[in-house]
Design a protein around this ligand. Structure first.
Ligand SMILES: CC(C)(COP(=O)(O)OP(=O)(O)OC[C@H]1O[C@@H](n2cnc3c(N)ncnc32)[C@H](O)[C@@H]1OP(=O)(O)O)[C@@H](O)C(=O)NCCC(=O)NCCS
Length: 152
């Protein structure tokens, strides 16, 4: 790492949205959807207060990592886990994910799901390394878009 200090991990707020969206756009393996706009992100963070985190370097502006989590009262969901290349392999993603999972467990959530793109093999290796199970052959996921937006 060419940087002075480890980034701080802080709760994500709506003020992080511009930095978050910029990071999504520069990070291969994740896809920025219409649902990642400011209003929807603000709503998500309000509904899931204290469950999402960003990593912010002391010496610079912006964020270099993110992990978002939410739940529906029954199951938890992890989203948008990413770390900028200069800050990888420092334990940032693992620490942010642990913070998300601890907060979900505190909220009474005992099982957490996440989606990855089928061709994001480095992410698959990462999740397996952290002990996540990918044997969900019994599940077929269906989705339906309720508006005229191919990127909803
Ligand atoms: C996947 C990603 C979030 C990992 O971030 P990171 O901060 O480098 O990960 P960490 O440093 O916390 O690594 C935690 C552990 O996983 C290991 N690890 C990290 N990346 C790995 C990978 N691609 N494959 C296998 N293991 C990996 C680390 O060596 C470390 O192991 P240890 O705890 O035994 O020492 C990062 O590479 C990234 O942002 N990728 C692009 C975005 C993406 O695909 N996100 C996932 C969307 S589902």
């Amino acid at each position: 790492m060419n940087h002075q200090s480890m980034p701080d991990i802080q709760p994500m707020t709506p003020d992080d949205h511009a930095d978050f969206a910029a990071m999504m756009l520069r990070t291969p393996g994740v896809v920025l959807r219409t649902a990642d706009g400011y209003a929807a992100t603000q709503r998500y963070l309000e509904r899931n207060a204290g469950l999402s985190f960003v990593a912010r370097p002391a010496e610079g502006k912006g964020i270099v990592g993110c992990a978002m989590a939410g739940h529906d009262g029954r199951r938890g969901y992890l989203q948008h886990v990413m770390v900028d290349p200069d800050y990888r392999h420092l334990g940032l993603a693992k620490t942010m994910v642990e913070r998300c999972l601890a907060a979900l467990l505190d909220a009474g959530i005992e099982k957490v799901h996440l989606d990855t793109l089928a061709d994001n093999h480095q992410a698959h290796r990462f999740w397996r390394h952290l002990g996540w199970a990918d044997r969900r052959d019994e599940i077929v996921k269906f989705s339906r878009v309720l508006v005229e937006d191919d990127n909803a």
